[in-house]
Design a protein around this ligand. Structure first.
Ligand SMILES: Nc1ncnc2c1ncn2[C@@H]1O[C@H](COP(=O)(O)OP(=O)(O)OP(=O)(O)O)[C@@H](O)[C@H]1O
Ligand SMILES: [Mg+2]
Length: 246
């Protein structure tokens, strides 16, 4: 499998607060990487640095071998190549589901209306929402809105998708349908980085896991190994606290 993303020595500060410290990892095509860690450990900042929603201070981000952390980089094309699924969906409330999903293909990729409609419809079908194609976001449940925001990311035909706690704003009974779409995507060969508190998903669906604490990657490795035999005390403590909550 070829390497799709290589992150080398990424750092980010907000004033004096060093939020990411020398973060390095790589991801192969088709892999799902779960990022776990306590609140405030830097997980969202890491995703936001990758697609330049929040530019890193230093380090390299190699997307298919090309460093995208340079002033010459076309940010819009990077954002299209790395789909982003937010915790709170971020759909346009005044647009229908079809219009929401066609927006990126039309405005960012600049594809024709016919092509954009065809791709958007196919991705809405992928997430099982064809019957709501002409509805507005407010007419959908949170779980349905999140599935549409996944379709919106997919419609850009990204190289990878970044998920920032996609189920944490949902009522517990709605998380299953979103996790199930994400599991199908992982099995279909999509490359993804998923920040999550869903340890079951991280353990059973992700290929690799990164445990981040205070901006440092404490431990990373295959998910089976990291969950069954964590090497560092901080990882053990984090996982122990989690198993107590579940
Ligand atoms: N725009 C910002 N300006 C200043 N500080 C920020 C900003 N965004 C994040 N931080 C700080 O960076 C640190 C990491 O925040 P981040 O949101 O990445 O954590 P997180 O791991 O995603 O936490 P959570 O699990 O609660 O979502 C925190 O100390 C936070 O206060
Ligand atoms: Mg976060």
């Amino acid at each position: 499998m070829s390497t799709i993303l290589e992150v080398k020595n990424l750092t980010k500060k907000f004033d004096d607060n060093e939020v990411l410290k020398d973060v390095s990892f790589e991801l192969k095509k088709g892999e799902t990487l779960a990022v776990i860690g306590s609140s405030g450990s830097g997980k969202s900042t890491l995703l936001r640095c990758l697609n330049h929603l929040s530019p890193p201070d230093s380090g390299q981000i190699l997307l298919e071998g090309v460093n995208i952390n340079t002033p010459e980089t076309d940010i819009n094309s990077v954002r299209a190549d790395m789909g982003f699924v937010f915790q709170d969906f971020n759909l346009f409330t005044h647009l229908t589901i079809l219009e929401n999903v066609m927006f990126g293909p039309l405005r960012v990729r600049r594809w024709s209306k016919d092509k954009a409609r065809q791709i958007a419809t196919a991705e809405i079908k992928t997430v099982g929402m064809l019957d709501k194609i002409d509805s507005y976001p407010a007419q959908l449940s949170g779980g349905q809105q999140q599935r549409i925001s996944i379709a919106r990311a997919l419609a850009l035909k990204p190289k990878l998708i970044l998920f920032d706690e996609p189920t944490s704003a949902l009522d517990p009974e709605l998380t299953g349908e979103v996790l199930s779409v994400m599991t199908d995507l992982a099995h279909s060969g999509m490359t993804a980085i998923v920040v999550t508190h869903e340890m079951g998903f991280a353990r059973s669906v992700a290929d690799k896991v990164i445990f981040i604490d205070q901006g440092l990657i404490v431990e990373q490795g295959p998910s089976k190994t990291l969950f069954s035999s964590p090497q560092h005390e901080r990882t053990k403590l984090f996982l122990k606290n989690f198993s107590g909550l579940e």
